[in-house]
Design a protein around this ligand. Structure first.
Ligand code: GDP
Length: 424
């Protein structure tokens, strides 16, 4: 049984909370893309844990966690993350954590390049997380990156490294004018942070293939929503990896196997962090109230997120691209203060109405067409069954189901583990 759990929106859909809830049914949890540029907080009976790189099954001793070939791994960050979890009493062993020998290493010079470029851009900056993600994916496709499996033969890395550094210093030193990256520094870094990880590095493709053959339950955990996908998102305001369910078997290392199920996480309204087109954005008092009600402030930075009503155009597109089998609708409780629920039903592009999600200039120029549905004006955070939900909330859920063209199986009505409803 192969299941992907993916975001249908711009991110911050509440994936962390749903993965934590649903992963208990799975034998193996796999991260298949991205690096430490995002992450989530999981709160359970053992405490509060921040995960950036490790799959969220790491908190359950009986779950095997795999970091797939599609990932980019900053080994210094990973050592730190493992260390912090150990301090909190979480046991981490090679039986319980497996790192693909094909995953790419995010080096200190990737992080440096990310920072140098953001600083150079000044006011025009992209809002990069400065973790080196775009530079390391660029090197991967330039075929000038190192992989986790290379750490098993460090001498070979040290042979290749001078030529790579010569090339990197053309940009870092000669281009940006920063001090040259030194061979000894990178060598020591690789030894310091690579050595403790050696027991975890393995051929995860063979492991997962055998597990899939034995009918183990495998969950692929995405980071970031569809709108941040490098191909299908709001390019260039995207991440540098494929966040879509279709990429999950590839990034996980078993491209020949097909997904049985794709669970799409969809928020009952919209939010977007950082720059880029966000057609359904609500401004002024309406936006402020929704932001406040949903607590829409960046987890790490406290930066206010942009917010909007439910966006039918973007969500239908998201559900299709993700091939969602069914949906988990999150944060419905947040809308309980609204007498009228704003829904962005279509976009206007060049004076014409469209229900198809545009890209490029058409997306930048798009204006929202809003309609309003009756609100439910009741606190639903205590509801645990479909029958307990007010009629107007059920109408809203049914409307979204029809508009997006995908059944809603779970409705989340609060951040706590048990605050959800199974609809069928
Ligand atoms: P991710 O980036 O998609 O993993 O999203 P997060 O895990 O950061 O979730 C966003 C925030 O919403 C977190 O603070 C969650 O605790 C909170 N949250 C998740 N689901 C719900 C819900 O149904 N209702 C409310 N009120 N908060 C929720």
């Amino acid at each position: 049984m192969l299941t992907a759990i993916v975001g249908i929106n711009w991110g911050d859909e509440g994936k962390g909370r749903m993965v934590d809830l649903l992963s208990s049914d799975y034998d193996i949890v796999v991260r298949y893309q991205g690096g430490n540029n995002a992450g989530h907080t999981v709160v359970n009976e053992r405490g509060k844990f921040i995960l950036n790189l490790l799959p969220s099954g790491i908190l359950r001793p009986e779950t095997v966690n795999v970091m797939g070939p599609g990932m980019v791994i900053d080994i210094e960050h990973l050592c730190g993350e493992i260390g912090r979890l150990r301090e909190q009493g979480i046991e981490i062993s090679p039986e319980h954590l497996k790192i693909s020998d094909r995953a790419t290493i995010c080096m200190p010079y990737h992080k440096l390049l990310d920072c140098l470029e953001e600083d150079r851009l000044g006011d025009a900056k992209f809002g990069s997380t400065r973790r080196g993600i775009a530079p390391v994916y660029a090197d991967k496709y330039m075929k000038k990156a190192f992989r986790m499996g290379d750490l098993l033969h460090m001498d070979e890395i040290f042979e290749r490294l001078p030529a790579i550094l010569e090339w990197k210093n053309l940009t870092i030193h000669k281009g940006y004018g920063a001090p040259e990256v030194q061979f000894e520094d990178i060598k020591n870094w690789l030894i310091q942070y690579g050595t403790p990880l050696l027991p975890y590095i393995t051929d995860t493709t063979a492991y997962l293939d055998t597990a899939a053959e034995a009918d183990k339950k495998i969950m692929f955990e995405a980071q970031l929503g569809i709108m941040r996908d490098i191909d299908f998102g709001i390019y260039p305001y995207t991440s540098s990896s494929s966040t879509i369910a279709g990429y999950a078997p590839v990034g996980a290392g078993i491209p020949g196997r097909k997904l049985d199920c794709s669970i799409g996480i969809l928020k009952a309204y919209s939010s977007c962090v950082g720059e880029g087109p966000f057609t359904c954005e609500l401004f002024g008092e309406k936006g402020d109230e929704l932001r406040e009600a949903g607590g829409e402030y960046g987890a790490a930075t406290g930066r206010p997120r942009r917010v909007g009503g439910f966006d039918v155009v973007a969500s239908r597109y998201g559900a299709r691209i993700q091939g969602a089998t069914y949906i988990a609708l999150t944060k419905l409780d947040v809308l309980s203060y609204l007498p009228k629920l704003p829904v962005c039903v279509a976009y206007e592009v060049n004076g014409e109405r469209t229900e198809n999600f545009p890209q490029g200039k058409a997306l930048t120029d798009a204006k929202p067409i809003y309609e309003y549905m009756d609100g439910f004006m009741t606190d639903i955070s205590g509801c645990r069954t479909k029958e307990e939900l007010p009629e107007k909330a059920l109408e809203y859920i049914a409307y979204i189901e029809k508009a997006v063209g995908c059944p809603i199986k779970y409705v989340s009505v609060g951040p706590e583990r048990e605050q959800y409803i199974t609809m069928f």
